[in-house]
Structures are given as structure tokens and as C-alpha cells.
Write a protein that binds this ligand. Structure first.
Ligand code: DP6
Length: 361
């Protein structure tokens, strides 16, 4: 797929005066991490993620044809029913990037109403689910103008657009496992959009759980965008990109064979490598908190004691994603409530699991 495939020809929008679409779009958690990119939003390595279910963004896009077309993007943003002008610069930049792929953007006035299922500033990135939700609403307008587009084209282009808003958003359209970034082990993988993992996934990963422990809900001191930038001129960048390439190969095999022990070591190594990249950037920074480490140590001790298949991964933040198979949920829920939530801010955590992707509502 090249970028030119997504430039629509001859869209006639003279009859579409106004409308409204709503999408519920999940967050995702990367198993092999995206960290480092080229302009514009091309990843330095391929990544793979579980699509989530309980953590989602619900976005309604109202649109109305302008009386007279002009050269401006005209939109309002409401977050949890309140006007949120501080989201506007990011969305304006997004509109600028996608303008040539959705040539109707300047012809309508938009109202974007959005909310997340997870607590505000919980440290859970809402950019993935948020940008994916907005992209889907915009694609639904394109579909209204051109009802013949296939579901495959719809999803691909939604992922393509979402990537231009936030890289990881390209992995939030479909479920249950998505790959973004060209890789020879994954048929049809692409640098410009996420594709559904194209091979059968082993039964061991059915209903896989992700309990998210909210360790620190404060504003991150370094944004992902800055972190990605710091991978340019990073002393370990090339080795890291090579490692991620090899890890994706291995993860593809693990997901098909169901080898949970290999899954655990690869996922935890990826999480710690991501944070090692942060700690060895110039300037260096640390996003983990003392409680992040306490939780990791307890997970390791519990695993040693019980031979459980519990493991952790981390995003660009202090929260810990605790991953485990459906079969072990009772025992691990007990462990989490008895031993881990004392390290969470206000004892907060979210029980999530692998999900099927976005839905129109
Ligand atoms: C650590 O997708 O948030 O979560 O493309 O600049 O918006 P931008 O970055 P973003 O980076 C996500 C980084 C990560 C790893 C991952 O999800 O693969």
C-alpha cells in the first residue's frame, strides 16, 4: 500500500450536508515496542500489540457543511462534555497531515466530543485510542460519500490516518493482535499502517488478561514524542532496532506455538529495554517509580514460588501492565489484590483483556 492509494478520487460531497458518527475505540499494549521514528511517523522498527477492551475512547464527530468553503480547519473539541481548547493544536496538526487524504476536511465544521473509559490523567495514553477513534469517524464520512469502499480499505485507511496522529494509534483499529512496521515475518505488514496478525494465534492467548496497575497518575515529565526523538543519535539505537526486528520474528512464532515461558521473557525484556533506552538517552530520564520496581520484584518472586505464567510490561510511564493467561486468572487476581494494589496510587487498577477492535456505536 502506498500513500497514493489513500487519496480519494472524485468524491462528490455536494449532497452531504451534516451528520454524526460515534466510534468506540480501544487502547492497545505493545509487546514489542515502537520507540524511535522518522519523519513523518515512520517507525524505526516494527512493533506488535494486544488490542485491549476495557480501556477505550468513545468519540462522536458531528459535522455540518460550511455555508462558504474557506481555507481553514473549523472544529471544536469537548472532552467529557467540557470545551477543551488545549487539545486543538494536536488535532489541527493531525488535520494538516491528513488533509490530502480527506479532501473534504475544510468544507465542514466539526464538533468532536470525546471521553475515555479510564480515569483522566491515569497515565494511560489516550492518544492511541483517541486518534484512532477520530480517524474512524472521519473514514465513516468518506464511506458515506463512497459507500462502495470495502471493509478492508476502510480499516487500512483508518489505521493509516490514525498513524499520522500518533504512531501507536495505527494499532488500535482492529484486534486481537496488530503489527505496525514492515517485517518479512509478517505478510502484508507495512510502515504506514497496522495490520491484523495474519496467522492463527494459539489457544493460550485467548482472553489474555492485562490488569493495569496505576502507579503514578501524574503528568509524564517527558512525552513519547520527545522520547522517540532522543533515539536519533542514541548510542544504542542501531542495536535496539536490530533487537526489535529479531524479537518480532520470535514473537510471531511464540503467538502461534503458545510458548508462554518464551512469551514472558521476551515481553519483560522488551519493557525493560524500552526503559533502558530512556535511561541512556541524552538527556537521560527515568519514568519508572519506586513502586514500579516493587511490583516487578513481587511478580518475579511470585512466579518463582508458584511457576505461574504472570509477567509484566510497561508503557512510556510508571504504570505496570500485568499480563496473564485466562486459565490462571483466579490465582493471579488474588495475588494482585493481596500484594500489588498497595503499590498503586489510591489502590487503583483496571482489569482489562485482549479485545476485538473498534466498533461503530
Ligand atoms: C512506549 O505512539 O505515543 O507506548 O507517535 O509520537 O504519538 P507518537 O508516539 P506514541 O508512542 C508509543 C510508545 C510506546 C510503545 C508502543 O506503544 O509501541
Amino acid at each position: 500500500m502506498t500513500d497514493n492509494n489513500f487519496i480519494p478520487q472524485n468524491l462528490d460531497y455536494s449532497n452531504l450536508k451534516k451528520g454524526s458518527f460515534t466510534f468506540k475505540t480501544p487502547s492497545n499494549i505493545a509487546l514489542v515496542k515502537y520507540w524511535g521514528k522518522e519523519k513523518i511517523q515512520i517507525p524505526k522498527n516494527s512493533s506488535i500489540s494486544f488490542t485491549l477492551s476495557a480501556c477505550f475512547t468513545l468519540t462522536t464527530l458531528d459535522f455540518e457543511k460550511k455555508l462558504k468553503s474557506d481555507d481553514n480547519f473549523d472544529f471544536e473539541v469537548f472532552f467529557e462534555d467540557k470545551n477543551h481548547d488545549d487539545f486543538k493544536p494536536k488535532i489541527k496538526k493531525f488535520f494538516e497531515r491528513i488533509d490530502s487524504y480527506l479532501p473534504f476536511l475544510k468544507d465542514y465544521k466539526f464538533t468532536i466530543k470525546t471521553r475515555n473509559s479510564f480515569p483522566h490523567s491515569s497515565g494511560i495514553a489516550s492518544s492511541a485510542s483517541g486518534m484512532a477513534a477520530l480517524s474512524l469517524c472521519l473514514m465513516q464520512i468518506e464511506k458515506e460519500l463512497n459507500p462502495n469502499i470495502s471493509d478492508e480499505y476502510f480499516n487500512k485507511k483508518a489505521s493509516f490516518l490514525a498513524r499520522l496522529g500518533s504512531g501507536s494509534a495505527s494499532r488500535s483499529i482492529e484486534g486481537e493482535v496488530v503489527v505496525w512496521g514492515k517485517h518479512p515475518a509478517i505478510d502484508h505488514s507495512s510502515d504506514v499502517l497496522g495490520v491484523k496478525f495474519p496467522y492463527p494465534i494459539h489457544q493460550n492467548f485467548k482472553n489474555y488478561h492485562d490488569t493495569i496497575l496505576l502507579v503514578d497518575k501524574g503528568e509524564k515529565q517527558v512525552s513519547s514524542t520527545v522520547g522517540h526523538d532522543l533515539m536519533n543519535n542514541h548510542p544504542f539505537a542501531e542495536q535496539r532496532f536490530k533487537q526489535a526486528y529479531d524479537n518480532l520474528n520470535e514473537m510471531s512464532i511464540i503467538l502461534q506455538t503458545g510458548n508462554l515461558k518464551d512469551f514472558i521473557s521476551l515481553v519483560e525484556s522488551e519493557a525493560l529495554t524500552l526503559h533502558a533506552m530512556m535511561m541512556t538517552s541524552n538527556p537521560y530520564f527515568i519514568l519508572m517509580k519506586p513502586n514500579t520496581l516493587k511490583i516487578i520484584e513481587k511478580i518475579w518472586a511470585f512466579r518463582k514460588e508458584t511457576n505461574s505464567n504472570i509477567c509484566f510490561t510497561l508503557d512510556a510511564g510508571a504504570n505496570v501492565h500485568v499480563l496473564f493467561p485466562e486459565k490462571e486468572k483466579e490465582q493471579i487476581h488474588g495475588f494482585i489484590t493481596n500484594k500489588l494494589i498497595e503499590h498503586c496510587q489510591n489502590k487503583q487498577f483496571i482489569c482489562d483483556r485482549i479485545g476485538l477492535g473498534a466498533k461503530m456505536v
